[in-house]
Design a binder for this molecule. Structure first.
Ligand code: ZN
Length: 99
């Protein structure tokens, strides 16, 4: 007489669950998240030392950049303090109306 296999494998661990708050549920009462952005480097020497921004130009240009919406594009001019190379740092900002 053959033995009946009644054993069932049960997996209680759900490997697809991620720890922490689900994306996009941020909120009130919680401290703001701290993010870091890498400093812009000089294209010529790689230095992050730069002069103060000047000749800042701001334009209301809506669109998307790298999948993110933006309402303004800002160009800031500065120079590398190490090699003197001038550059323009272009940034995209999203400033929704009424915000
Ligand atoms: Zn430089």
């Amino acid at each position: 007489m053959a033995r009946k296999r009644t054993k069932e494998r049960k997996r209680t661990k759900d490997k697809t669950r991620k720890p922490g708050r689900p994306k996009g549920t941020g909120s009130s009462g919680n401290p703001p998240a701290v993010t870091t952005a890498e400093a812009v480097r000089c294209p010529a020497c790689g230095s992050t030392q730069r002069s103060k921004y000047h000749g800042t130009v701001e334009r209301m240009i809506a669109g998307t950049q790298a999948g993110r919406p933006h309402t303004h594009i800002i160009w800031r001019r500065c120079a590398c303090l190490d090699c003197g190379r001038h550059r323009v740092e272009k940034t995209y900002e999203n400033r929704p109306a009424g915000g």
